[in-house]
Design a protein around this ligand. Structure first.
Ligand SMILES: [Zn+2]
Length: 271
């Protein structure tokens, strides 16, 4: 190769080096330019959860409530006619609450003390069958008290307070806090206890029959022996409440008494 040829070769080599350097520079510029773009894209992706988190409370307000929330709302509104409404020392019925389907027990042929007594229609029909079933095996059950209005309870409670003072609270509920205002509670008595409301009723064969069979007709003993701490009421072997056969069976099979069952499964007296 001659001198000119070598010079030409050198010129080509330098040109190629210069081109490579430009290409490297261009690549570096492109890389540098792409970094902010990539950073921006990463930021956009990363910000999605933040946007969702901000949006989620709005979504919760707009979307329908979940099933448990809906159930809780239903259980707390206008349900004083529910067979499982909770009425106790803390939870009372309004003064103007009166069931609208009360029927005469006398008309159904249920033995009663006094002129008449009333229960709600479904409870009355089941009481009629309960009393007849007991009579069929020789057990007498006579109703001494059934539905009591708020005003009846107020008068009755005031009379007991005038006799027993604060002690009346143990045997009678203040107005609004008696299950009798529901029209589903009934007090039994019979000849064995002189047609009085006494604990001795708990020792009668009729009481034993009730213990074994009341649930078949939808009734449960509301204040069992030893349950006073939860209800504020001591043992009342004469006082039964109608809750329907299915609930009565469940209470019987549960370790809970009626109060515990109502706290767990019942509805609040909001009406
Ligand atoms: Zn009672």
């Amino acid at each position: 190769m001659g001198k000119r040829g070598r010079g030409k070769t050198k010129g080509f080599a330098e040109g190629a080096r210069r081109l490579r350097r430009r290409a490297e520079l261009l690549t570096a510029i492109l890389v540098l330019l792409s970094v902010p773009t990539l950073w921006f894209l990463i930021q956009q992706t990363g910000s999605e959860p933040i946007i969702s988190a901000v949006a989620s409370p709005e979504t919760r307000v707009i979307s329908p409530p979940s099933a448990p929330e809906a159930a809780a709302q239903v259980r707390d509104v206008d349900r004083c006619d529910d067979p499982l409404v909770l009425v106790d020392r803390e939870h009372g019925l309004p003064a103007d609450y009166t069931p609208d389907d009360l029927v005469s027990l006398r008309d159904l042929g249920v033995p009663i003390l006094g002129r008449d007594a009333q229960l709600r229609r479904e409870a009355a029909g089941n009481l009629e069958r309960l009393v007849a079933s007991a009579a069929a095996v020789g057990e007498e059950l006579t109703v001494t008290s059934a539905y009591r209005s708020y005003e009846d309870q107020r008068a009755s409670y005031a009379r007991l307070v005038s006799i027993y003072g604060r002690g009346a609270n143990k045997t009678s509920a203040p107005p609004g806090h008696s299950q009798h205002q529901l029209g589903t509670a009934v007090d039994f008595t019979n000849a064995a206890v002189g047609y009085e409301v006494r604990r001795n009723f708990g020792r009668t064969s009729a009481s034993v029959w009730l213990r074994d069979h009341a649930h078949e007709h939808g009734f449960v003993l509301a204040y069992p022996r030893g349950g006073g701490r939860d209800t504020g009421f001591h043992w009342e072997p004469w006082h039964y409440r109608y809750v329907g056969a299915e609930n009565a069976r469940r209470v019987r099979e549960s370790p809970l008494d009626l109060q515990g069952y109502l706290v767990q499964e019942g509805v609040l007296p909001s009406c």
